[in-house]
Design a binder for this molecule. Structure first.
Ligand code: ADP
Ligand code: MG
Ligand code: MG
Length: 861
């Protein structure tokens, strides 16, 4: 197959083949936008390279030399020709954008002789030697793996000796001096074609750099994709004062406002902007200095946005007043911005509602709900930077990515403080609650990555002097943030404060509500919430829940005013004593249920019967046990005895779930009286309660029959007393493999079924979900599993059990209602799977409800 494509041979639809960057460069070329010409080596070539034992295919060089000749013709310059040199950038680019995660080499095709030629031809020696030294540094870093800090230090020392403030002060002779020192430090090939070969290889290799691996893992990008290599003619923003480089967004990536937004550095290469080593100027600074280029920039950005029908992130360079585009892609944005842009674009007629729904990632919706720093709380601002990514964050100050990982692992929230971040810091940024950098603008690495991750970030906080070495950040007024101090970042204003400043819930915008209403219009799955308390239930309802999918009744017994009754009930030695405590518990449960019915008026409330093993309710340590004995007027030995008697080797596979109902029907009777009694009282209050009683951990239809009988009798008794009718259902949880394997029989005995996929996963894998944390990370690292099955539903095996269960149940009982509760109910990929399975609803924690609404719509549109 063809391995090399000229920019004139591809289009934006070739992402898989040419990578996002390559495909978009082709597209822009076709749109007649000013793109320096070049060619792309395909992603399958990358796979070939690795399959070949890390060797470039033999014919590849021949193939790209043909393309290279054509590029030379178009450019009127020649690669490797000192008299009229052509330099290349060699750029990475995967089918899915991984900004900054892989390597790029600029100014390739230069050596002593060519640098001299470039200087002669351009009459700009300062520029020629700046290019040369940049090339050596990048090549040393990316291809040779040399210590580039030492090279940076050579430059810093040189500038200090000469008392130069910035790189711009460096003249040709200065760079030449630096270059001759570099040459004593690294050896690089003089032959441009060898440089190119090695660079292509290095870009392929960068597919597996640790930061790229982490990024793929975080974003669920398959390893098999590989990267394309784009080889493009260089244009030079570092040519002089009428040159420069910049990055721009067609809309504000932080707020989503429809307002062109960009940053530029004059007399600088593009890498300087992206790396965030100098804080750039707002893009309108171009207006005065290079008005024609600015006009072209404005025109191209508008054209690109309407062509792609999405907010674009653009890289451009101006050389001697001439404008060039180097990249366009759909811009990374905050949750807030993504919602606003999607809704605005529908209003502008650019996209339709379904497209808008697909533009917003469920994680973005989640970040939308992140708390923000209370605007009314007292705050002493020690420094202010750019509000690069919103949200409020408080944590312990750390100054390196490794430190962030360690301190976070100890159970702390961390704020990562750096001068700037690089892709090497990605593992630390991932665990950070917030990110603060001294340098860099709104488009720096830190800003882009943080927005993508939905993490609060402040960049370009130049009022702080960050010393990573000493672990301090010193504000202009002398206030110091030391390693370990608690700091708060306000990503909405850019304010940095010492201490923990209170947060408030994010206020949801009208756009957010609009988008959710579109989601509701297009989804089929119903969304319920897992909630026990009236507060959680109210929150869930406010966020759009259409019922409670799981009310875990045991949580109601842990409250301090009733836990002792629960314990006394468990410890009772005779029936009378047990009855007395059950009666007390019934009162509490009744009151709790009534509250819940009030909040959920008119909506179904699924109530799971008592589930955990009884010993979970007993005190866990000696002192508590003794105190309990004293309160209950019992002999401490009785309590110890009971603890021993109830202890289980394998409690999660032990005496729990419906097994409790079988052995202690009086507990179930108490629960049913409370559930139904409260519902009847709610009816009397004029409400419309709809309880659904759910039997957990079933393995066999006879369990259901036996317990249903207890429930039915209980209900009959209560309703007769009150002589009113009530709407209710009895159902079962599907959480053992055996239940799934015999689903048809179970279905015949119930009115609804709900997958409890936490237990089902646990029992299908034989992984204890309480202990699996010890080895799951290693399983993920070793790629034994792709995802933690407790986070994202294992569709292959657990999903297969579910599919069987749904099919067989519906054969046995047409249209029986099916749901899922448990962690997976809020996971977007699992939600898609549940949609495809034909479930009726998913149930998740209240704060996941909006995410689930969007995910359910995305599964449908
Ligand atoms: P990344 O994917 O990390 O953004 P790029 O391939 O976009 O890497 O390259 C990084 C920077 O190098 C670009 O932002 C751009 O400024 C600069 N660059 C790349 N190619 C060229 C080129 N042909 N001419 C001038 N600058 C370039
Ligand atoms: Mg780029
Ligand atoms: Mg369970």
């Amino acid at each position: 197959a063809k391995r090399v494509y000229l920019f004139s041979e591809g289009s934006k639809d070739d992402r898989d083949l040419l990578g996002g960057k390559g495909a978009n460069l082709c597209e822009m070329t076709a749109l007649k936008l000013p793109v320096p010409f070049g060619f792309v080596i395909t992603t399958p070539t990358c796979r070939e390279y690795f399959e070949n034992g890390n060797k470039l295919p033999t014919l590849l060089e021949q193939e790209y030399r043909v393309a290279l000749d054509l590029v030379e013709k178009q450019m009127g310059t020649r690669f490797g020709d000192p008299e009229n040199p052509l330099l290349f950038s060699v750029r990475s680019g995967a089918p899915i954008s991984m900004p900054g995660m892989m390597n790029t080499i600029l100014n390739l095709g230069i050596n002593d002789e060519i640098a001299e030629g470039l200087s002669r031809k351009t009459g700009n020696p300062r520029f020629a030697y700046d290019c040369y030294r940049r090339f050596i540094q990048m090549f040393a870093d990316v291809v040779l793996g040399a210590d580039t800090h030492a090279m940076e230090k050579v430059i810093d020392d040189y500038k200090e000796a000469k008392a130069y403030e910035t790189d711009v002060a460096m003249e040709a002779e200065d760079w030449q001096a630096v270059i001759s020192t570099f040459k004593t430090m690294v050896k690089f090939p003089e032959d441009p074609f060898e440089q190119l070969r090695l660079a292509v290889e290095a870009v392929f290799q960068s597919w597996y750099t640790p930061r790229a691996n982490v990024y793929r893992e975080m974003n669920n990008i398959p390893d098999s994709l590989g990267t394309a290599v784009t080889v493009q003619s260089m244009v030079f923003g570092n040519f002089g004062e009428d040159s420069g480089s910049g990055v721009a967004f067609t809309r504000n990536p932080s707020t989503g406002e429809r307002q062109f937004f960009g940053e530029v550095l004059f007399n600088a290469a593009g890498e300087d902007v992206v790396a965030g080593i100098r804080t750039p100027l707002a893009v309108d600074a171009m207006q005065e200095r290079m008005p024609e280029a600015y006009a072209e920039l404005l025109e191209s950005q508008a054209m690109l946005e309407s062509h792609y029908r999405d907010m674009q992130d653009i890289e451009f360079t101006v050389q001697e007043g001439r404008f060039y585009l180097l990249q366009t892609r759909s811009g990374k944005r905050t949750g807030r911005a993504s919602v606003r842009i999607a809704v605005d674009m529908v209003r502008e007629g650019m996209i339709n509602e379904k497209e808008a729904l697909l533009r917003v990632s469920p994680e973005h919706v989640q970040s939308f709900l992140h708390p923000m720093v209370d605007p009314d709380a007292e705050r002493t601002v020690i420094a202010s930077g750019l509000p690069a990514s919103p949200g409020g964050a408080t944590g312990v100050a750390v100054f390196s990515a490794d430190e962030a990982v360690n301190v976070e692992a100890d159970g702390n929230k961390v704020i990562l403080i750096r001068r700037e971040t690089t892709p090497e810091d990605i593992h630390g940024m991932r665990v950070a609650e917030g990110i603060l950098t001294e340098l860099g603008g709104m488009t720096s690495h830190a800003a882009v990555v943080a927005r993508g991750m939905g993490v609060c970030a402040i960049t370009g906080c130049g009022e702080l002097r960050v010393s990573v070495h000493e672990g301090t950040a010193t504000a202009a007024d002398g206030t110091v943030i030391k390693r370990g101090d608690t700091v708060t970042l306000d990503g909405a204003t850019g304010d940095v404060m010492l201490g923990d400043i209170p947060k408030v819930e994010a206020s949801t915008s009208d756009d957010f509500q609009t988008l959710l209403s579109w989601a509701d219009k297009h989804r089929r799955l119903k969304i319920r919430a897992n909630a026990e308390t009236p507060e959680d239930a109210a929150k869930a309802r406010e966020l759009g829940a259409e019922g409670i999918g799981l009310c875990r009744t045991e949580h109601m017994f842990f409250a301090s005013d009733r836990i002792d009754h629960m314990r006394a009930m468990i410890l009772s030695t005779d029936r009378k004593e047990r009855k007395r405590h059950l009666a007390k518990l019934q009162e509490f449960q009744h009151a709790d249920m009534l509250e819940l019915y009030r909040v959920m008026d008119g909506l179904p409330v699924t109530i799971r019967l008592l589930d955990p093993p009884l010993h979970e309710f007993l005190p866990h340590d000696e002192d508590d046990a003794n105190a309990l004995a004293e309160r209950l007027g019992k002999d401490p030995r009785e309590i110890h005895q009971a603890r021993n008697d109830l202890a289980e080797v394998n409690p999660m596979l032990g005496f729990r779930g419906c097994r409790l109902s079988v052995v202690y029907p009086e507990i179930t009777r108490m629960q049913v009286r409370a559930i139904i009694g409260a519902a009847l009282q709610a009816r009397e209050e004029g409400l419309n309660p709809f309880p659904e009683i759910m039997i957990p951990l079933v393995v066999n239809v006879r369990e259901i029959r036996l317990i249903s009988e207890v429930i039915d009798r209980g209900i009959a008794k209560v309703t007769k007393e009150k002589s009113v009718s009530l709407r209710y259902k009895i159902g079962t949880m599907m959480e053992t493999p055996r239940a799934c394997l015999g689903a048809d029989r179970l279905a015949s005995a119930v009115e609804f079924m709900s997958f409890g996929t936490n237990d089902l996963t646990q029992m299908t894998y034989g992984f204890s979900r309480d202990d699996a944390g010890r080895f799951i990370p290693q399983y993920l690292d070793a790629k034994i599993i792709e995802d933690d099955p407790f986070v994202s539903l294992d569709q292959r095996a657990v999903g297969r059990l579910m599919r069987m269960a749904v099919q067989e149940s519906r054969q046995a009982k047409k249209g029986i209602k099916y749901g899922i509760c448990g962690e997976h109910g809020g996971d977007p990929r699992s939600i898609r799977f549940c949609h495809d399975l034909g479930l009726d609803y998913v149930s998740c924690s209240p704060y996941r409800v909006p995410v689930a609404r969007i995910a359910a719509a995305q599964a449908r549109v």
